[in-house]
Design a binder for this molecule. Structure first.
Ligand SMILES: Nc1ncnc2c1ncn2[C@@H]1O[C@H](COP(=O)(O)OP(=O)(O)OP(=O)(O)O)[C@@H](O)[C@H]1O
Ligand SMILES: [Mg+2]
Length: 267
């Protein structure tokens, strides 16, 4: 069942400094089914954040429409939780208060807020750290706080913009396992922006490969790999070669590229 429909969306920015226009997205159409985990993959500047922001309702298309759950998106809503590259936590508040941020905005009392957040703190593996402050946590733990905050509103859709970009490889792999578990447990739908091919193949039920300037979807690839994903498997590397050939059509034929198994490719 389709949950998100991006229909012939273009986004043209006015570049006032240079008195010109930038086509960030050109006639992009895409559907995301309920419970899917879609990775938006593409090089820097291809319009990934622009597309995600329009699904989030932070920005509006110049042409076309975005529809979530049968409603045309006209602004942010509680049905969509957003996780940014930096978790943007409030350093003066302990973990649990950071997670409970939206509830405070709704004027919910402290005791009830404290009770409500516990499930989500445990879901992201932060039990025991409820009263720690962000400065006392690692980058990965801070990112988990951001994820718990987004999950708290029980959104149908979780939108994530390169949330693990600043993490080391090991922590990133742990977070991938955690996120897949959360996605299954919360039965949510995820749209995840990344420029890492391995990351998209570690996570997605689908990978939308985007091309740069003007941003378009080159191909929407369903990923039929068992979980946990094995980046050393032959099928994983078949997908990887295919994605590389889409991203670098001018590069040598994919067969000629010698891929070392543990090498991480970024675009
Ligand atoms: N507010 C803005 N005003 C003018 N141009 C913009 C604006 N936001 C984005 N752009 C342009 O639109 C294009 C797409 O930007 P976007 O941030 O969506 O790319 P991205 O794929 O998320 O890149 P990255 O991987 O570096 O985050 C870029 O060429 C960028 O310069
Ligand atoms: Mg971006």
């Amino acid at each position: 069942m389709t949950l998100i429909t991006v229909d012939k969306v273009s986004r043209i920015y006015d570049d006032r400094q240079r008195k010109t226009q930038v086509t960030a997205l050109d006639n992009v159409s895409l559907t995301v089914g309920r419970n899917e985990f879609l990775c938006l993959l593409g090089p820097s500047g291809c319009g990934k954040s622009t597309l995600l922001n329009m699904i989030a309702g932070f920005d509006m298309p110049t042409q076309g429409t975005v529809n979530v759950g049968g409603q045309v998106v006209q602004g942010p809503g509680a049905d969509r939780g957003v996780v940014f590259q930096q978790p943007n936590l409030m350093p003066w508040l302990p973990v649990w208060e950071n997670v409970a941020f939206h509830l405070k905005m709704q004027n919910m009392g402290k005791a009830l807020r404290r009770e409500r957040v516990q499930r989500f703190i445990e879901m992201v593996g932060l039990k025991g750290f409820e009263n720690h402050f962000p400065s006392e946590l690692s980058g990965g733990m801070n990112q988990r706080v951001g994820i718990a905050r987004a999950l708290l509103m029980n959104p149908e859709v979780i939108l994530m913009d390169e949330p693990f970009g600043a993490l080391d490889e090991q922590t990133k792999m742990d977070m991938h396992a955690e996120l897949v578990r959360i996605w299954r447990e919360s039965k949510s739908t995820i749209v995840f922006v990344t420029h890492g091919i391995d990351e998209s193949l570690a996570l997605g039920t689908h990978v939308a490969v985007m091309s740069a300037r003007p941003g378009r979807i080159r191909e929407l690839i369903p990923i039929e790999l068992d979980r946990p994903r094995d980046p050393t498997s032959a099928v994983f590397n078949d997908y990887k070669r295919h994605i590389l050939s889409l991203l670098r059509p001018e590069a040598p034929r994919p067969e000629a590229i010698n891929l070392s198994h543990n090498e991480s490719h970024h675009v």
